[in-house]
Design a protein around this ligand. Structure first.
Ligand code: OOG
Ligand code: NI
Length: 459
C-alpha cells in the first residue's frame, strides 16, 4: 500500500516553493522578508513575556513565514479547477467578499485550512478573486476579453492529472506530491510576455487596470505574499529606510492592547517591464504594475455583534477622515481611527462578557468546589480559563484598500454594489464556508471538551 503525505505537508511545501519563486521574481519582496525577520527578532528580544507565550502556542522558527498570498482569476472554469487544486492542499473556500462596492470589479473567497489542527500545522491561505466582466459597461470589450480568456490554459497537464489522481485515491505519494507542487507552481508564475498586443492591453487598462492585469497574461501570477509581523507599525515605518515605498496607511483596526481581526499594509506595486506581441511576430515593450509585498498582524475573531461594532466604528472614522492615497492625511486618519475605537472594549474579559469575540476554553487544572457545570461559575472559580481565537479570514474594506493602493493612486472608479454570492458559488462549484459558524463551532467544541473532562473526573 502506498503511503500518502498529508494535505498539510503539501500545503507547506507549496507555500515555501512559492515564497522562493516570488523572492526570486520580486527582489523587493526579499527585502521586505529580511525587514520582517529583523523586526520580529527585535520584538521578541525586547519582550520576554511575548516570547514565552509564542513559544507555547506558535512555532517560533516559522513566525516570519508567509501567511497568505493572492491571485485573480478570469473565468468560472479557472475558479472551479483552482478549488480542486487547493483541496489537495487542504485549503477550502471560506467567506465571500464583494469588492464591487470599493470600485474593484471582482468578488472573492479565501482558500484556507479549516480546523485547529490544520491551521496549527500551517495557516497558509490564498485570497482568490474572480473578475466580473459583467460590471464592464463596454459590451464589445467585454466580449473580446471573454474570448481571450476562453483560449488560455492556466493549469499544466501534470497539475490536472495529479489533482485527478489525488481525488481518485484520496491522497498523493511523496513523489507525486513533489511533482504536484512543481506543476501547480507554474500557474502562479509571472509571464513578462503578454498574450495580447499593446493596443488591446491599453483598451483593457482604460476600462480598469485590474481587467488588464487578469486578461493580458497567460496565467494568474501570484500578485503578493504576506508574512506575519509582530510589530506592523514598526515595519511600516522602516520600509522607506529599506528602499521600499509603503502604502499610505495600515488597514484595519488601530493598534490596541487586545488586537482584534486583522491589520495589514503593503509596499506599493512595482512597475515592471513587459512585452506585447504584435501581428508581425515581433514584440513591443511596455510596463505593467501588479506585484507587491504585504505584511499582516492578526487578532481575535469577532462575533457578528463584534463585527458590526467594528464596521460601525471604522465607518464613523472614515466619514470624518478618508485616507488619501498619497499619505498626506495619514496622521490625521490614524488619530481619528484611534479615537473612534475607544468605543471598542480593550480587555479580554470585557470583549468576552459583551460577546464581541470568540474564545477557546480550557481547564486550568484546579479542581472545582462543586459539581456545577455553569461556565461562568467555573471561570470565576479559576477552573476554566479562556484565550482569544485568532481571526483567520479577511476584511473587505481592508482588501479594497490593498487593491486600490496597488492599482495606482489615480481616481477610484465607482461600481454599483452588486454582491452575487450565488453566482460566485455556482462558478466555484461549491458553497463557501461561513466564517462565523466556523469560529462558533471551535468555541463550542472547547466548552464541551472542558465539561466532558470535568464530568469524567467527577464520576
Ligand atoms: C487581493 C487583495 C486582498 C488582502 O490581504 O486583503 C488581499 C489582490 O490584490 O488581489 O490580499
Ligand atoms: Ni493580501
Amino acid at each position: 500500500m502506498t503511503e500518502y503525505v498529508s494535505s498539510s505537508e503539501i500545503r507547506t511545501a507549496f507555500s515555501s516553493a512559492m515564497s522562493a519563486m516570488y523572492r526570486d521574481e520580486v527582489p523587493a519582496y526579499g527585502t521586505l522578508m529580511t525587514l520582517v525577520s529583523k523586526v520580529n527578532a527585535e520584538t521578541l528580544a525586547a519582550n520576554p513575556e511575548l516570547k514565552g507565550r509564542l513559544t507555547a502556542t506558535d512555532n517560533l522558527e516559522r513566525i516570519s513565514e508567509e501567511r497568505h498570498g493572492a491571485i485573480r482569476l478570469g473565468t468560472a472554469d479557472e475558479l472551479a479547477m483552482m478549488r480542486r487544486v487547493f483541496a489537495v492542499m487542504g485549503m477550502y473556500p471560506v467567506g465571500y467578499y464583494d469588492l464591487s462596492t470599493a470600485g474593484v470589479p471582482v468578488h472573492s473567497t479565501a482558500f484556507r485550512p479549516v480546523g485547529d489542527e490544520a491551521l496549527k500545522r500551517n495557516p497558509f491561505r490564498v485570497f482568490t478573486s474572480l473578475l466580473r466582466l459583467d460590471l464592464i459597461a463596454d459590451e464589445g470589450l467585454r466580449e473580446e476579453a471573454e474570448r481571450i480568456l476562453a483560449k488560455r490554459k492556466i493549469f499544466t497537464d501534470g497539475a490536472i492529472e495529479l489533482t485527478e489522481k489525488a481525488e481518485k485515491n484520496g491522497g498523493l505519494s511523496a513523489a507525486d506530491a513533489n511533482r504536484f507542487v512543481a506543476e501547480v507552481l507554474e500557474t502562479f508564475r509571472w509571464h513578462d510576455k503578454a498574450s495580447v498586443d499593446a493596443s488591446m492591453y491599453h483598451r483593457l487598462h482604460d476600462a480598469h487596470r485590474l481587467i488588464a492585469d487578469v486578461v493580458s497574461f497567460k496565467g494568474p501570477h501570484i500578485n503578493h505574499l504576506t508574512p506575519r509581523t509582530l510589530d506592523i507599525n514598526k515595519v511600516q515605518a522602516l520600509m522607506p529606510e529599506y528602499g521600499i515605498a509603503p502604502k499610505a496607511v495600515v488597514e484595519g483596526p488601530p493598534a490596541r492592547e487586545c488586537p482584534i481581526l486583522l491589520r495589514q499594509t503593503s509596499f506599493k506595486a512595482l512597475e515592471e517591464a513587459v512585452s506585447f506581441p504584435d501581428a508581425g511576430g515581433s514584440f513591443e515593450t511596455g510596463s505593467h504594475t501588479a506585484r507587491f509585498g504585504e505584511i499582516e498582524q492578526r487578532g481575535i475573531a469577532l462575533t457578528p455583534k463584534g463585527r458590526a461594532l467594528y464596521d460601525k466604528l471604522l465607518d464613523d472614522c472614515r466619514k470624518r477622515v478618508r485616507p488619501a492615497a498619497d499619505g498626506s492625511n495619514a496622521k490625521e486618519y490614524e488619530e481619528a481611527l484611534a479615537l473612534s475605537f475607544t468605543d471598542f472594549p480593550d480587555t479580554w474579559a470585557a470583549i468576552r462578557s459583551q460577546k464581541l469575540g470568540y474564545f477557546s476554553y480550557s481547564l486550568t487544572g484546579k479542581a472545582p468546589a462543586s459539581s456545577g457545570t455553569d461556565l461562568e461559575d467555573l471561570i470565576s472559580q479559576d477552573v476554566v480559563q479562556f484565550d482569544p481565537i485568532v481571526y483567520e479570514d479577511f476584511l473587505p474594506v481592508s482588501a479594497a484598500g490593498i487593491f486600490q493602493s496597488n492599482l495606482g493612486d489615480s481616481a477610484q472608479q465607482e461600481f454599483v454594489a452588486s454582491p452575487n454570492q450565488k453566482r460566485f458559488e455556482a462558478d466555484l462549484g461549491s458553497e463557501v464556508l461561513n466564517e462565523f459558524a466556523h469560529y462558533a463551532g471551535i468555541e463550542e467544541a472547547s466548552i464541551d471538551a472542558c465539561l466532558a473532562t470535568l464530568a469524567t473526573r467527577a464520576a
